[in-house]
Design a protein around this ligand. Structure first.
Ligand SMILES: N[C@@H](CCC(=O)N[C@@H](CS)C(=O)NCC(=O)O)C(=O)O
Length: 221
């Protein structure tokens, strides 16, 4: 069976947005898999030791790391299963969505959720996370969160391009969800699993889209 190494919190919760992309890609392909709880400190012991981040997949000895490489691996090795990139053979649309999420949504969500992630981590992982993330943020986790809370309306506004697309179709990828949807879903699921306050207003059209994808998503662990 395929094993997906999935970042786990102390409670067993699995918030990593990149791992969600991979879990949804596996589900989309209808492949049986085990999402195995993994800590940051275990990453270097996986595969040939060259991986630095999660998700990582072990498909019967074929190891792949990185959410997009995993999606491409699944697409080429399981080509008879439903495609992750419908109407997008050259990945032009998926590339744009990935780029939008990685450069616009994640940089706004990360400072908002980083402190909450730190609170959820197993005790031995906390110092590593605080040290590396405070360097990345250029401030403390608490200060980053407090500043982000003041700018939450900017973050909500950043979903504008998606709201416009959802006025004419149910999913970013068209009539059915596919990899482009899973990229955005991962970002929202990440926030939802570690913060109590919902990011988007209840009336936001993206909430209905989120519920549709969440309905299809594998259960958390
Ligand atoms: N580009 C990678 C990014 C993955 C990533 O940053 N994963 C984080 C968890 S959300 C991680 O494993 N970080 C390892 C670390 O900070 O030590 C992907 O798309 O999979």
């Amino acid at each position: 069976m395929i094993v997906l190494f999935d970042l786990a919190m102390q409670s067993g919760s699995r918030p990593s947005p990149f791992c969600w992309r991979a879990k949804l890609a596996l589900k989309h392909k209808n492949l049986a898999f085990e999402a195995r709880a993994t800590a940051f400190s275990q990453i270097r012991s996986l595969g040939d030791g060259s991986f630095k981040t999660l998700p990582i997949v072990d498909d019967d000895g074929r190891w792949t790391g990185g959410s997009r490489s995993i999606a491409e691996y699944l697409e080429s090795h399981y080509e008879d299963a439903a495609t992750l990139f419908p109407h997008d053979p050259q990945r032009l649309f998926a590339n744009f969505v990935e780029s939008w999420v990685d450069t616009t949504l994640h940089p706004q969500i990360f400072p908002l959720v980083a402190c909450a992630i730190w609170e959820c981590l197993p005790a031995p992982e906390k110092a590593y996370f605080r040290q590396t993330r405070e360097i990345r943020l250029g401030t403390t986790l608490e200060d980053a969160r407090d500043r982000s809370l003041l700018k939450i309306s900017d973050l909500r506004a950043s979903f504008g391009p998606m709201r416009r697309i959802l006025k004419t179709q149910p999913f970013l990828a068209g009539e059915n969800a596919a990899y482009a949807d899973y990229i955005v879903f991962g970002a929202l699921k990440w926030q939802r699993l570690v913060c109590r306050t919902p990011l988007l207003d209840a009336s936001d059209a993206i909430q209905a889209w989120y519920a549709r994808v969440d309905n299809f998503a594998p259960t958390e662990d």
